[in-house]
Design a binder for this molecule. Structure first.
Ligand code: NDP
Length: 244
């Protein structure tokens, strides 16, 4: 309904899953959209075509959030391609789960590089390019709030770090009218966490609604926050009651 008419959004990891659904939803609200990807060139180009079919401009950028230069550079490339930046959605993330002894130092480095350092650097670059009233929306996880079983040490640590970043960004950027918020999805049916996967039944049981969520249901809350001028430093759960 046009709340983002003519504004530019960058969605990291926008070729599939929650990121792709978010790119489309923001375009439905009137935004021009840049998406990043690493491997899914074809999928990212499909998202671009779907956004263009809605009458908005779109571009797909190959940029690894785990690479410091590429994470920050994606922001500059989006601004160059689409002429500004109003919304940054920090969505790209990797889920490396497993027993504590099995998590190698290289796993720690990779997860922190993509899930934390990439978010910090993209957010900083975005803050440098945004005018008054921008939006930084980060995808966290219900595991940042409540870890219901073993195997989540590294992933939960990475997502909990984003809560601190979000609150500190809200304080740092509030004077410019830029908001920073974090959305914590529960189990969402994507390639990362399929609703018919081996760990699905246990996750379903932990929700109050008794089902997985959809990427579109997360995207709806991201779109809400993109239009919410007086919400900042907040954690929004979209988790079917996982944290209830
Ligand atoms: P998917 O694995 O389905 O999709 C991940 C997306 O991120 C793809 O577009 C992928 O692109 C991209 N991506 C992965 N690594 C990088 C990288 N290093 N740099 C840039 N892009 C990258 O994940 P979901 O949609 O399920 O998850 C999206 C976010 O939501 C993540 O942050 C995840 O942690 C979080 N989340 C998901 C939950 C779930 O149940 N699904 C629950 C809670 C949080 P490519 O095509 O190149 O692979």
């Amino acid at each position: 309904y046009g709340t983002l008419d003519g504004k530019v959004a960058l969605v990291t990891g926008g070729s599939r899953g929650i990121g792709a659904a978010t790119a489309l939803r923001l375009a439905q609200e009137g935004a021009d959209v840049a998406v990043t990807y690493v491997n899914g060139k074809e999928a990212a180009e499909d998202v671009v075509r779907a956004v263009q079919a809605l009458g908005r401009r779109a571009v797909a950028l190959r940029a690894d959030a785990g690479d410091a230069a590429e994470a920050a550079g994606a922001v500059d490339r989006a601004v160059e391609a689409l002429g500004g930046l109003y919304v940054l959605v920090n969505n790209a993330g990797v889920g490396v789960l497993g027993p504590l002894p099995d998590l190698a130092p290289a796993d720690v480095d990779r997860v922190l590089a993509v899930n934390v350092r990439g978010v910090f650097l993209a957010s900083r670059a975005a803050a440098g390019r945004m005018r008054e009233g921008g939006r930084i929306i980060t995808i966290g996880s219900c595991m940042a709030q409540r870890v219901p079983g073993p195997g989540g040490t590294l992933y939960a640590m990475s997502k909990a770090a984003l809560v601190g970043l979000t609150k500190a960004l809200a304080r740092e950027l509030g004077g410019r009218g830029i908001t920073a918020n974090i959305v914590h999805p529960g189990p969402i049916d994507t390639d990362m966490n399929p609703a018919d996967g081996p760990y699905a039944a246990g996750q379903t049981t932990l929700t109050a609604l008794g089902r997985f969520g959809t990427a579109q249901e997360v995207a709806a809350t991201v779109a809400h926050l993109a239009g919410a001028a007086y919400v900042t430093g907040a954690e929004y759960t979209v988790d079917g009651g996982h944290a209830a």
